[in-house]
Design a protein around this ligand. Structure first.
Ligand SMILES: Cc1cc2nc3c(=O)[nH]c(=O)nc-3n(C[C@H](O)[C@H](O)[C@H](O)COP(=O)(O)OP(=O)(O)OC[C@H]3O[C@@H](n4cnc5c(N)ncnc54)[C@H](O)[C@@H]3O)c2cc1C
Length: 430
């Protein structure tokens, strides 16, 4: 009999881990999710080709792509409007898989539907929160759960063979493995995220990241216009110093909905490639406000038969489109390791050895702004803008910044195009 694997959290990491485990031959998988139902919350995500490759291997890419946009071009702009760089992405950059802009809610729904189809309707249980983990005498985890069902509340415990903490940046599983870590550190910036519905001609057909040393904006369309609906959904995310909107501390309430009036005026006059940023922002009814936080890299992700994936393992600043991307890859790597090792503790150690060093590097690279550092360099060297970017950041320097970052995340075309290293041949069993 295959082991019972409990996954805490039905976000992108938890659901893709469940699908990956199933594809690797595991059958007894339960995902417990604190929210009572999967609500269509959040805004857009960008998935790099290395994650899209894994979604393809899992057989869900067509459904994801049914409501997504292939990102073919990424532009960086100086605050003045000067173009810093314009790079081809996905298939246009020579990858065998596209880069995708997609609504988080759509991606989560496709993954959840596939989990229920393949693992059974009871595989994802809502309203159940992991509240603690302790080690049993045999090395397995004892997991404390709190559940809410309508007006009923209760608690229980489970003793799965393996526990996977996919419960996000404020993970209870991580807290159990690393007592005393506390809240994620805040860097004094706020992130506002939202989705605007607007005519395609105002949205641009490319993704761009623009700003200066203070304010930044990331904007991209994530649906296509159709004959029946000429509007598209445009995703945007802003980095704003807290004092620019009169805030004196980190928001206590994460995921708070706020009116766009709170910050839209800061972007008056921002226009890039024909896209008026303030107009985009004001086309949304409201935005989500988050503190800009990440997590310190951990010295270990696993203890015995418990490990971490996604933001629980390596929450990083939202730079370089890596949050959801790497979460999907984690699940595939973990399933591959579990299929290859008879001893689950050895498998988790192998998974961690494969993933943790690279994710630590990526967390640190994102603290240095990753590939987006070109915006700060351009602003520092030419605060008022420039006529020719080559005079400000020479081509070899720009190429080196992009290549170094892609190599850190193992998403350079040569590596990705080799195909998934995480396929488990049919018939290999635990
Ligand atoms: C509501 C929400 C909206 C987001 N919106 C965006 C966005 O617009 N753009 C973007 O780039 N990124 C967004 N993210 C982050 C992005 O989805 C993640 O960085 C990335 O996908 C990694 O996902 P994850 O599954 O590791 O973590 P998460 O996406 O945080 O998922 C964790 C899941 O675990 C559940 N959970 C938490 N604690 C427990 C517990 N103790 N027991 C059981 N379940 C628990 C949560 O309810 C959640 O469903 C959002 C995350 C969330 C939760």
């Amino acid at each position: 009999m295959t082991p019972h694997i409990l996954i805490a959290g039905a976000g992108i990491a938890g659901l893709s881990a469940a699908l990956s485990l199933h594809a690797a031959g595991f059958e007894r998988i339960t995902v417990v999710e604190a929210a009572r139902s999967l609500r269509p919350v959040g805004a857009g995500l960008n998935l790099m080709p290395n994650a899209v490759r894994e979604l393809d291997a899992l057989g869900v890419l067509d459904r994801v792509e049914a409501d997504a946009v292939r990102t073919t071009e990424l532009r960086y702009y100086h605050r003045s409007g000067s173009l810093i760089s314009r790079d081809r992405r996905g298939l246009d950059a020579g990858y065998r898989w596209p880069q995708l802009s997609v609504h988080r809610a759509h991606l989560q729904q496709v993954l959840a539907d596939a989990v229920r189809d393949r693992l059974g309707s009871g595989a994802v249980v809502g309203g159940v929160r992991v509240t603690g983990v302790e080690a049993r005498a045999d090395g397995g985890p004892r997991v404390a759960l709190a559940h809410r069902d309508g007006t009923t509340r209760g608690s229980a415990s489970l003793t799965p063979d393996v526990l996977i903490g996919a419960d996000g940046i404020r993970s209870a599983v991580r807290a159990a493995l690393n007592p005393g870590e506390g809240e994620p550190p805040w860097n004094g910036m706020l992130v506002f995220r939202g989705v605007s519905r607007m005519g395609a001609r105002h949205a641009g057909s490319f993704m761009f990241i623009a700003g200066d040393d203070r304010l930044k904006a990331v904007v991209y369309p994530m649906t296509r216009p159709t004959a029946a609906d000429p509007d598209v959904l445009v995703n945007w995310a802003l980095a704003v110093p807290a004092d620019a909107v009169g805030a004196t501390g980190a928001p206590v309430d994460w995921d708070r909905r706020v009116p766009v009036d709170r910050f839209a005026h800061l972007y008056a006059g921002w226009e890039f490639g024909g896209v008026d940023v303030e107009r985009v922002l004001r086309a949304a009814d409201e935005a989500y406000e988050y503190p800009m936080v990440d997590r310190e890299p951990l010295a270990r992700w696993s203890l015995g038969r418990t490990t971490l994936v996604g933001d629980a393992a390596h929450a990083m600043y939202p730079v370089g489109s890596n949050g959801a991307t790497q979460s999907i890859v984690d699940g595939r790597a973990l399933a591959h390791a579990l299929a290859r090792h008879a001893d689950p503790a050895e498998a988790l150690a192998a998974y961690e050895a494969e993933r943790r060093p690279a994710m630590t590097e990526l967390q640190c690279a994102n603290r240095r702004l990753g590939p987006e550092v070109v915006i700060d360099l351009a602003h520092r060297r030419a605060p008022d803008g420039f006529a020719d970017v080559d005079d400000v950041i020479p081509p070899h320097e720009r190429a080196e910044i992009a290549a170094r970052y892609a190599a850190t995340g193992a998403f350079d075309p040569a590596t990705v195009n080799q195909g998934s290293p995480y396929e488990v041949p049919v018939g290999v069993s635990y």
